[in-house]
Design a protein around this ligand. Sequence first.
Ligand SMILES: C[S@@+](CC[C@H](N)C(=O)[O-])C[C@H]1O[C@@H](n2cnc3c(N)ncnc32)[C@H](O)[C@@H]1O
Length: 262
Amino acid sequence: MSATLQFDEDASRRVEAIYLTPDVIEQRETILRALALEPGERAIDIGSGPGLLVCDMAVAVGTGGRVCGVDVSESMLALARARRPPVGSAPIEYQEAGAHTLPYEDASFDVAVCTQVYEYVDDVPAALLELRRVLRPGGRALVLDTDWDSIVWASSDNERMDRVLAAWEEHLVHPHLPRTLTRLLRDAGLEVTDRQIVPLFNAGYDPNTYSAGMLELIATFVPDRNGVSEAEATAWAQDLTELGPNYFLSLNRYLFLAHKPT
Ligand SMILES: C[S@@+](CC[C@H](N)C(=O)[O-])C[C@H]1O[C@@H](n2cnc3c(N)ncnc32)[C@H](O)[C@@H]1O
C-alpha cells in the first residue's frame, strides 16, 4: 500500500479540529506576524484546507484587499466555504485547483502562502515556479512544512513507536522537505529573507492539543502499513494517552519567508 493521506470528508474534519487547537492557532499567529500583511493587499493561500488562515488573512488585509484560496480537496473546500469571516474582512474566493496550475494571471498577488502542503506535492520545483508566477515583483512568499525526523514522542514501546512512525511517513510524499527548501526556493528564483523554527510541544496528555488529534488520525492511517496491524495501532494510541502527565511530544515545523526580486 503506498497511497498518501486522502483529504476526504473524515480526514478533512479531523484536520480542521486539529487546526482549531491552541497549538495550531499559535502557529497561525506566528505566520501572520511573519507575513506582516498591510491593508489592501492581495493574498493567495495555496492548499488552503479548512480556510482558517484565509479568514485570518482576510481580517488583516481588510475590505480593500482580496484573499483567494485554492485546494484539490472538495471536502476541504466545503469546510472553508462554510467559514464566515467577520465584518470588515476582505472578499474571499475559493477555487478547486492544484499547486501546479493556479487559475490566476501572472503577478496577481502581493503575498502567497503555502503551509503544510508542498510536502504532499510530487513536483515541488514546478509548484514553486507556479507560486512565483502569480506573485508580483517584490511580492513575498511564505512556505511552512514539517520535518518528521524532528519528532520526539514518548512511548512505553519504542520498537512499536518506530514502526508506527515509519508507516505514518507514507502519508505524504516528502517527510523531510524543510531541509531542502532554501535551495528549492532559490532555484525557483526567490530570495530567502527569513527562516524560523515553529515548534509544537505537548507535555502531559490533553485532548485539546495538536498531537492528541494527530494520534487519532495516525491510528486510522497506519493499519496494514509497514507491518502495523489494526490492533497494534489501537494499542499504540491507547498507550500514549495513558501516559497522562508523562505524555511528551515535540515536533518542528520550519517557516521560510522569500521575496520575488523586483
Ligand atoms: C495538512 S492540510 C494544510 C491545510 C492548510 N494549508 C493549513 O495549513 O491550514 C494539506 C492541504 O493541502 C491540500 N493539497 C494537497 N495536495 C495539493 C496540491 N497538489 N495542490 C493544492 N492543494 C493540495 C490538501 O487537500 C489539504 O487541504
